[in-house]
Design a protein around this ligand. Structure first.
Ligand SMILES: [Zn+2]
Length: 325
């Protein structure tokens, strides 16, 4: 592949190096705190090599010796466990710790499949998502403040804006907790009501859990579709970006408007939306188009997929203009 790919693989290699370094540091610190542990570890490794030598020499004659060595080793293991427990040290403290347990920070699983963490790195690179990822640090469930929404009764609504947001928040949290359940959400309502913020919260929570997420505006998705179809077919990042529109655990199309509706995008969007429904891959779409107008701006097929397979969630109330704060 190309240099951007090599850069990603290099970042895995650096991460593995850092994992080793930090284990070394934990070990040094712990040995200083519990000197007996250093002795036990040393004895264990001496015994370990004694056992393998005995096995090499003559498996038959060494049976008795082996038995004794193993007994000694078991006693040391027990002593080590007691030492660690007494000092409140978790048993895996001196093992390597990984950012991604699934692939031990190699990018590939044991069966040599591409790990979801590598997929996400490729997605982020292909869609230049690093800016979005920074923004997600600020906009997430733990920073969600219901108080910015008015609690005043609204003339045409059953619930206040704050109550409505409370219900939406619960819905979003359920979506995350039950993920991946193949559920889809359609957020609609005029701008400035928190739709993007809610998408951010969900994206952040699922990225943190190691799911692959594409989070984009229709414009950048169309950009990829055009490159894939016309101008940049052979670019591996364009291929990943395209493939992941169908394969990623979650696709968020944020701010679907009327300006991106043309024959090309309508048929491509339909393909994506429909394929994801069939594969039970979740999609979230936020839009300011009125529900009654989706079919006239896009088409009946898209309209019926959304209304038939998406949970429709309406945002309303005064514009709080908080999304850009
Ligand atoms: Zn991984």
């Amino acid at each position: 592949m190309n240099s951007a790919y090599q850069e990603i693989m290099e970042s895995y290699r650096r991460q593995q190096e850092m994992n080793k370094q930090s284990r070394k540091q934990r070990k040094t610190e712990l040995y200083a705190k519990i000197p007996r542990l250093a002795e036990v570890d040393l004895k264990m490794s001496v015994l370990g090599s004694g056992i393998s030598q005995a096995l090499l020499k003559s498996p038959k004659d060494s049976e008795k010796l082996l038995k004794e060595l193993k007994k000694e080793l078991d006693a040391l293991k027990r002593e080590k466990a007691v030492l660690m427990t007494d000092h409140g040290v978790p048993m895996n403290y001196l093992e390597l710790h990984y950012n991604c347990e699934k692939c031990s920070d190699t990018g590939f699983t044991q069966t040599n499949q591409r790990c979801s963490c590598l997929t996400q790195k490729l997605i982020s690179k292909a869609y230049e998502m690093s800016g979005i990822e920074q923004q997600l640090e600020k906009q997430n469930f733990s920073h969600f403040d219901l108080k910015v929404f008015s609690n005043a009764a609204l003339p045409k609504e059953k619930h206040s804006q704050r109550n409505n947001m409370m219900r939406i928040l619960a819905e979003a949290e359920t979506f995350v907790k039950s993920f991946p359940a193949g559920k889809n959400l359609l957020f609609y309502g005029s701008s400035g009501l928190g739709k993007t913020y809610m998408c951010n919260c969900i994206a952040k929570a699922l990225l943190d859990e190691g799911y692959s997420v594409i989070y984009q505006t229709p414009f950048s998705i169309i950009n990829i579709l055009e490159k894939k179809t016309f101008s940049d077919k052979d670019n591996p990042f364009v291929q990943v970006a395209y493939e992941q529109l169908f394969e990623s655990d979650l696709l968020i199309i944020d701010d679907l408007g009327t300006e991106t509706a043309n024959t090309f995008t309508i048929s491509e969007f339909y393909n994506i939306i429909n394929a994801r429904i069939l594969k039970e891959k979740s999609t979230i779409i936020s839009t300011n188009i009125k529900l009654s107008e989706i079919s006239s701006f896009y088409n009946d097929r898209i309209d019926s997929r959304l209304k038939g397979h998406y949970e429709i969630i309406r945002f309303y109330g005064p514009d709080v203009r908080w999304e850009n704060k």
